[in-house]
Ligand binder design. Structure first.
Ligand SMILES: [Fe+2]
Ligand SMILES: [Fe+2]
Length: 292
């Protein structure tokens, strides 16, 4: 994705999206209130870099019901590779983009920073492991998937797009607008159907959930599957599609979010020194090889 600035990959690196999200959703501890800051957030979106705007334009234009169904069909058979978790981390590390190797952290370093922040706060071992692996689905990029189909805030398709999603104006170009059944607030879903029945826009979250779903406790699976569903976990949208269990489990998604967004630091973690701890943690939950 680096040298050819082909327009399906407008971001310099996947981190460019994450930096945008971090600024768009400041830490609640800093006095953020959704009502007071709504105008500030609109300004923030309006002044976003053109690469980020273009990324969202593509994401909101092309993530529709047919696209999501096709990608689920293409990838959720998990028939591409058999790799261990650590091999997948090393594979993700081969992602070459326009980030600066001298100053920017590698993908493995990012994963370790998230996990270490969780570990330092004394959380259970499965929670630390979730921090380590939650973004491994970004390997989709290495199989040729465009950035807008790997990262980005996720949202339901098959029902009306919430105006709580960033850059809602870019949904104007989404083909699902022409399908009346997809345009009501419940769309193709029963009210309160539960998120498990709802198609979310396709990306690294849903893919990684399917890779892990037999191995981790349920709160970890919610964290992985919904960590980019900002309209729900930060803005409270789409509650009408959730069931009671989703609402309870979203407390975990919210507990995870600060580590995902605010654990970044310019200090490089010592990968060789940390590896034994993390390898034993991986072995505690995962088989030697997993289907990807
Ligand atoms: Fe992520
Ligand atoms: Fe992340």
């Amino acid at each position: 994705m680096s040298t050819d600035s082909n327009n399906s990959n407008p971001l310099q690196s996947l981190e460019e999206w994450e930096e945008f999200v971090e600024g768009r959703y400041p830490e609640p501890a800093q006095g953020f209130t959704p009502e007071r800051d709504a105008a500030a957030f609109r300004d923030y979106e309006n002044t976003a870099r053109s690469s980020v705007r273009e990324f969202y334009r593509l994401n909101h234009r092309y993530q529709c019901v047919d696209f999501v169904r096709a990608k689920r069909e293409e990838f959720l058979g998990l028939s591409r590779e058999r790799m261990s978790i650590w091999e997948a981390m090393e594979f993700l590390n081969t992602l070459v983009d326009d980030s600066d190797p001298d100053t920017d952290l590698t993908q493995i370093e990012h994963l370790l920073q998230t996990a270490e922040a969780i570990r330092q706060d004394g959380h259970p071992r499965w929670f630390i492991l979730t921090g380590l692996i939650h973004d491994l689905g970004k390997i989709l990029c290495l199989w040729g998937e465009p950035q807008w189909a790997v990262v980005g805030d996720t949202f339901p398709v098959g029902c009306a797009f919430s105006d709580k999603i960033v850059f809602p104006e870019f949904f104007a170009e989404n083909p699902d607008n022409a399908v009346p059944a997809y345009s009501t607030s419940d769309g193709i879903y029963e009210p309160g159907a539960g998120l498990d029945r709802v198609l979310l826009s396709w990306g690294h979250d849903e893919y990684m959930y399917h890779v892990c779903k037999d191995y981790l406790p349920e709160p970890a699976l919610y964290m992985i599957r919904y960590h980019s569903f900002y309209a729900a976990h930060r803005e409270g949208a789409y509650e009408h599609l959730m069931n009671g269990h989703d609402k309870e489990m979203f407390a975990w998604v919210r507990a995870f979010n600060p580590y995902d967004l605010y654990s970044k630091s310019p200090v490089r973690p010592d990968v060789a020194q940390l590896k034994p701890f993390y390898q034993s943690l991986i072995d505690e939950y995962f088989p030697a090889k997993l289907a990807w």
